[in-house]
Design a protein. Structure first.
Length: 768
């Protein structure tokens, strides 16, 4: 039945070749125009699992206490002392400029120039205080001395002022939209404005500007992602040379490259049609689409070339190649597509968009490389020299490889594979979930962004690595001693966890205020049990401090962490959960978690939860498609087992190279499995026909290698060489993906050449 359908489809296509090419040309023009409208998109909300409980808490209270999408700008005096007129002019300019950049929540801009940054001191008559920068401030030696005193009284050293007085901080929260256009905030354009309007305007020989935050990181990643175009061109050049060496024909070199580029154009155009942009992570997908397209195109030109060498006319050879490869190629590409679709199970927007982008790209290859390519080839008169010794040389080359299908050798191969699997399983157990390096994991340690991060971390006690636990209570809850006592206990227990640098909450600030009402005596740095005294202490803390909301029913507790490494976050989150469980009551609930670290924790947990289901979905989809294609359980298992071993070894490699399982690396395993299955399908589809005809396993494998082996090895090497260029990327996550994909492409190819025939020898023991 299937054979009749394929033959009928082939007959229809090759009878109407002109109309087929015209249709493809029109679609390419339309989708090419759509691709030209594609824009970069790096929205913050795409990077977080919105349905996670932490993110529900984050979104619920974002309006009152800001979100995780913040910017920190440290203005440094390279001479080591900020108390000079030049520095204070620069700091004021940075504060004012940041205040007026569209997309900044102006109410949340904070520095010593903010009116809400105040100092309080105990005097004979009680309290005295005011803004750190007084309204009558004059930027001279006397005015700076007054400001120095106010800074020390305000207790902001380490937060808004560097601990060594070499820099000052300006921080801000960002809105989700641009107030000028009401459109979603263009994060990449915003990052460019930060660079041009802050660093570009105010950085001098003595003044340095350090900028960190999600928006700036996204901008730097987008700048680094522009280098992908160069890698794409290099990959095309390398692939073109390798295809020419393989085909020995200029026509058979240019046509698969052209059809693969058409697949990329279709994929980018379809993204615009479905309303998506191209974010920095999925910008790598077009390269993979091109590489996968070439790999399947090589199978077509290999089949055509062999048939032409056997004496067939080009049109007949193309039609025959189409008939023989449509089903195995289609199954391989459908396996790739379904494998990528399984990434939709992960509740993170950026991964879901990558899944859709990759799925669209691989799906169109079915049309551009399995249908269009053979039809186009049929118009050309392929000239190849008759080579009488070709078959003999091919048999002599592949015969040593056929021993892997010998039963005795197969037993050794399978035992060795089990040993490798055991080592891989042991190594994979050490794989961590989350980021394993400080700074932005998407960028190299020597990048400007990470250097800025390290500067701020070294000179301030607070960074963007802050976790906020939201305490939900009842109106006027902060006037009850037992409520604030619980908050204080929670802050103290979690604050003394390894990895927490400093803390802040309404309870700890109220203690200091109470001491101030009692002549600053440290003995009185406690929470008053008397309601009137407690109201007096809390009443001095405004809602603009971010420590309470308007009716005092919600009070955040801030934990500033030393870094956002996976181990640190996991340790602090575990402690917070344990303490919250002890202190929660019906009326007072400690809700995790907001702030940048809360987002990272939610992301890490989403990745951890998705890891096993994703692998089950990927292998389940590949299993079903292979079973439908081969109609043999033994054949299906023979294809899938090598893939599983290689996936385990890849996880062990990640642990060895200290590459954490994160948003950027989680899809790699699915990509590797989806693409790696192609090798086995092409080889076993050829073997299956011969085995059904009663041929011995070793002979069937030898003939399959003679027919498809060269193309399989060529494909593995081409894919691996292409992604290996990513080792030199300015983006660390792209380098990590390049390492893992190179490993998986090569080892999956070796698995199809070595392990798969060994398994077939064991599964068909009577075919000797």
């Amino acid at each position: 039945m299937l054979e009749k359908l394929v033959n009928g489809f082939e007959s229809f296509l090759f009878r109407h070749r002109g109309w087929v090419i015209t249709l493809f040309a029109l679609l390419t023009v339309f989708l090419g125009y759509q691709a030209s409208q594609l824009k970069m998109d790096a929205a913050f909300v795409k990077n977080i699992p919105l349905n996670h409980s932490y993110m529900q808490t984050y979104l619920k209270h974002q309006k009152d206490f800001g979100g995780a999408n913040s910017i920190m700008v440290a203005v440094e005096d390279t001479r080591g002392n900020i108390f000079n007129p030049e520095f204070f002019d620069a700091l004021k300019n940075v504060h004012d400029q940041l205040f007026f950049i569209p997309g900044v929540d102006r109410a949340q801009v904070k520095s010593i120039y903010s009116p809400s940054t105040r100092f309080t001191e105990v005097v004979e008559d009680g309290f005295a205080g005011g803004p750190v920068i007084p309204s009558e401030f004059v930027n001279d030696a006397q005015g700076l001395e007054i400001v120095r005193d106010n800074i020390e009284k305000a207790g902001i050293v380490g937060r808004l002022i560097a601990e060594d007085y070499s820099a000052a901080m300006v921080s801000a929260q960002l809105m989700d939209f641009d107030p000028q256009t009401n459109a979603p905030l263009d994060t990449i354009a915003f990052a460019a404005k930060l660079e041009s309007e802050l660093r570009g305007k105010f950085e001098t020989d003595t003044i340095k500007v350090h900028i960190i935050g999600f928006a700036k990181m996204a901008g730097d990643v987008a700048d680094g992602a522009k280098g992908v175009v160069l890698f794409f061109l290099i990959a095309i050049a390398i692939t073109a040379v390798m295809v020419f060496l393989f085909s020995r024909s200029l026509v058979l070199t240019l046509l698969p490259l052209a059809c693969s580029l058409i697949a990329v154009v279709w994929q980018l155009g379809l993204l615009t049609v479905v309303g998506f942009g191209l974010d920095p992570m999925s910008i790598l997908v077009p390269f993979l689409v091109f590489a996968i397209g070439v790999s399947h195109g090589v199978q077509i030109i290999n089949a055509v070339r062999q048939r032409v060498l056997d004496g067939q006319a080009t049109k007949a050879a193309a039609a025959s190649a189409f008939r023989s490869l449509l089903v195995p190629g289609g199954v391989a590409l459908l396996s790739d597509t379904v494998g990528f679709i399984t990434l939709l199970a992960i509740d993170i927007g950026i991964i879901r968009e990558l899944a859709i982008s990759a799925s669209l790209g691989v799906a169109v290859i079915i049309f551009t490389n399995l249908i269009l390519l053979p039809v186009v080839i049929s118009f050309f008169d392929i000239k190849t020299k008759e080579d009488a010794g070709r078959a003999e040389r091919a048999q002599a080359f592949w015969k040593p490889f056929s021993v892997f299908a010998n039963l005795k050798v197969a037993v050794v191969v399978v035992l060795a594979t089990l040993g490798l699997y055991g080592l891989g399983l042991k190594g994979a157990a050490d794989m961590k979930i989350g980021d394993l390096q400080g700074g932005a994991p998407a960028l190299h340690a020597d990048s400007r962004y990470n250097q800025d991060t390290f500067f701020i971390t070294d000179h301030f006690s607070i960074t963007t690595d802050v976790m906020t636990v939201i305490v939900e209570a009842f109106p006027e809850a902060c006037t009850y001693h037992d409520v604030l006592e619980r908050i204080g206990e929670f802050e103290w227990q979690v604050g003394n966890t390894v990895g927490v640098e400093s803390t802040a909450s309404l309870a700890s600030v109220a203690r200091k205020v109470n001491a101030g009402f009692n002549e600053g005596n440290p003995k009185w740095e406690v929470l008053p049990r008397n309601t009137a005294s407690l109201v007096q202490a809390v009443g001095q803390i405004p809602t603009t401090s971010g420590l309470l909301n308007a009716d005092c029913s919600v009070m955040p507790v801030y934990f500033f962490l030393k870094d956002h490494k996976a181990e640190t976050i996991e340790h602090v989150i575990a402690k917070s959960k344990a303490v919250a469980e002890k202190l929660n009551t019906d009326k007072v609930q400690f809700k995790l978690a907001s702030g940048p670290v809360g987002v990272m924790a939610a992301t890490n947990e989403a990745v951890a939860e998705a890891q096993t289901p994703m692998m089950l979905y990927v292998y389940g989809a590949v299993f079903v498609l292979c079973l439908l294609s081969f109609r043999s359980l033994r054949a299906t298992v023979a294809v899938i087992l090598p893939l599983y071993v290689v996936s385990t070894l890849a996880q062990a490699l990640m642990a060895k190279l200290e590459i954490g399982l994160a948003v950027s690396t989680l899809p790699v395993i699915a990509l590797g499995v989806g693409i790696g299955v192609d090798y086995g399908i092409y080889i076993l589809s050829t073997m299956a026909v011969k085995l059904r005809d009663g041929m011995a396993v070793q002979q069937a494998y030898l003939e399959a290698l003679q027919e498809r082996g060269s193309a399989v090895i060529f494909t593995g090497l081409t894919l691996a060489i292409g992604v290996s260029t990513w080792f030199f990327s300015a983006l660390k996550f792209q380098m990590d993906m390049g390492i893992l994909l190179t490993f998986m492409f090569l080892v999956n190819m070796l698995g199809a050449i070595i392990i798969l025939p060994a398994l077939t020898a064991l599964f068909w023991p009577k075919r000797r």
